[in-house]
Design a protein around this ligand. Structure first.
Ligand SMILES: O=C(O)[C@H](O)COP(=O)(O)O
Ligand SMILES: [Mn+2]
Ligand SMILES: [Mn+2]
Length: 558
């Protein structure tokens, strides 16, 4: 069926071609009731407030979590990968989390090429499992790791080493202890069955291993030293003691725990990665595993000194980059996100500029284009990255590069060299993840200022804007009870919510180029992020392909 589809898009019956369309994605910017823990509400955000007044015809909310973005259930919060995939692809795909669930439930994971490949190391080598240890469901899920541990041992793994990355970002800070206990319990059961299974190393996800978009290779190096070389500044006899001890530092935070290795009575690391071993990175999400995948797989590599490059059999939980075919072995085939709006528009001559700062750059390029790196049409596209701050938590620089991104985008708009400009403004999300309420308020204000710069430029060229978000975060910064009341400890302190939320996100359209009769339809109350691509195509003057989720807009006579 897909092969017979044409790439050429039909002209829209009512909407003209030739307007510059500015698509702004506010990362981590959900819609929620006014509240002191709603940083978007508390912050001074005149631009977004004005857009909201355009509802219901030019402002509304759309779903950004759960099944609306291809996640297993409606209890799953949205995230950048699935959010930008849906925004760019215009279609809802079963995402990595769900595909892994299905492969584990059916047992097919053990019959695939990837598992058969690593299995060859089980006789004489160790199986290493590296990944994020939590039930956040954004990059990985602990229940999938538990099933994989059991399944791998039943399929011949005799010696297993788990290299954990503590979370505190997609889940509450401090929850690392309970997740380590859970896995230690499972490993003890495996040991009872004669499998030599232990946690071998660990560290906080933002400080060890899980950098993204090559922002800071030192993060990956710290992980490499612990996981592969068995070297780290902290040494403990077991992981529970490690996490508990490291958390005694008053400034400790699961996201940033320093690297540690587990050692035996004689102080020797119990699980460095050696020649002949098998390695699985058990995150299903790509962005924060690609860098490690390169270090594990590429013979030639110059990002840091690996000291030792063990000859291993390596598989990702998924293939993380479809264009680079990385890693070349994987346990579960990733969703085949095809016929994205980026590809359609490039093939129909639309000139596109995409911009963000490093920590979100791949969101408006790689994720937007269906986890595909590179351009569709280099002559028509320009992707520009503004370097992010390195090595500081974002609550220390909450304005991030919002204004710089907006100014570059303004220049791109005013150059009139592009038909679409697409940006991601990171503050609501990146500062929201720190749990620092004051800083998040500052970040939201900066994001609003950046939006104004882009909208002013759109105004100058007679263009159209679409302002939306990929999922919630900054609009709710506190852990709540079932009735929605903030939970307080005995001293009256609230527990900051560092994660994303289940809230819907706003979408606003406008600009001088928007024809007077264009408004949001009222017959799609459950629409979600995947409905945005068809909307944007319409605003470029094209009908959307019929396999896309329906457009959010209609044109009425005025
Ligand atoms: O990777 C992260 O920073 C978080 O786990 C999820 O945030 P994102 O989906 O907004 O990137
Ligand atoms: Mn995001
Ligand atoms: Mn986030």
């Amino acid at each position: 069926m897909a092969e017979t589809r044409r790439w050429e898009l039909a002209a829209h019956r009512r909407l003209e071609k030739g307007k510059v369309v500015g698509v702004v994605v506010l990362d981590g910017w959900g819609e929620a009731a006014p509240d002191t823990f709603n940083c978007i509400h508390v912050a001074d955000t005149p631009t977004l407030d004005a857009l909201k007044k355009g509802g219901p015809e030019r402002w509304r909310v759309i779903k950004a979590h759960g099944t609306a973005v291809g996640l297993p259930t409606d209890d799953d919060m949205g995230n950048s990968e699935v959010g930008h995939n849906a925004l760019g692809a215009g279609q809802i795909y079963a995402q990595g989390a769900k595909l892994v669930d299905m492969a584990l439930a059916s047992g097919k994971i053990y019959e695939g090429e990837g598992f058969k490949y690593i299995q060859q190391s089980f006789e004489n080598g160790t199986l290493h499992l590296i990944g994020l240890l939590s039930d956040g469901g954004v990059h990985s899920r602990i229940d999938q790791l538990q099933l994989l541990l059991k399944g791998a041992s039943e399929h011949g793994a005799k010696r297993i080493r788990v290299h954990i990355l503590t979370d505190g970002r997609d889940v509450l800070d401090g929850s690392s202890v309970k997740f380590v206990e859970l896995i230690e319990n499972d490993l003890a059961k495996l040991r009872d069955k004669g499998v030599d299974a232990r946690i071998a190393s660990g560290g906080g996800r933002m400080y060890v291993t899980m950098d993204r978009y090559e922002n800071d290779w030192q993060v990956v190096k710290r992980g490499w030293d612990a996981q592969v070389l068995g070297e780290a500044p902290h040494k403990f006899q077991n992981a529970l003691e490690a996490v508990k001890k490291l958390r005694e530092d008053p400034k400790a935070n699961d996201q940033y725990l320093p690297p540690f290795v587990i050692v035996d009575e004689r102080g020797r690391p119990i699980g460095p990665i050696m020649d002949g071993d098998a390695v699985v990175t058990f995150n299903f999400r790509a962005d924060r595993m690609v860098m490690l995948a390169k270090a594990l797989e590429y013979e030639s590599f110059d990002k840091f000194d690996r000291v030792r490059f063990p000859k291993i059999r390596y598989a990702g939980m998924l293939q993380y980059d479809g264009e680079l075919k990385l890693p070349s072995h994987f346990l579960v085939a990733p969703p085949e996100i095809e016929r994205t709006s980026g590809e359609y528009l490039a093939r129909n001559g639309i000139r596109t500029y995409a911009c963000s700062e490093t920590v979100k750059f791949g969101h408006v390029t790689f994720f937007w284009n269906g986890n595909r790196s590179g351009y569709f049409h280099p002559n028509l596209e320009k992707y520009e990255e503004i370097p992010s701050d390195i090595g500081i938590p974002f609550n220390e620089q909450p304005k991030m590069k919002a204004v710089e991104i907006a100014k570059k985008t303004r220049d791109a708009i005013l150059s009139r060299k592009f038909d679409q400009v697409r940006v991601n403004i990171a503050n609501g999300d990146m500062v929201g993840h720190t749990g620092d309420i004051e800083a998040t308020i500052v970040g939201c204000k900066a994001a609003d200022e950046a939006v104004k710069i882009v909208l002013d430029a759109i105004e100058q060229v007679g263009g159209i804007f679409v302002v939306t978000a990929d999922h919630g975060n900054a609009e709710d910064m506190v852990k709540r009870d079932k009735s929605g009341k903030p939970l307080r400890d005995k001293d009256g302190n609230v527990q900051p919510l560092t994660s994303h939320t289940l809230n819907p996100v706003p979408i606003a359209i406008g600009g001088p180029g928007l024809q007077p009769g264009v408004r949001f339809r009222s017959d799609l109350p459950s629409a979600g992020l995947a409905n945005v691509a068809a909307t944007v195509m319409n605003l470029h003057g094209f009908e959307a392909p019929d396999h896309y989720e329906p457009t959010l807009i209609e044109v009425v006579d005025k």
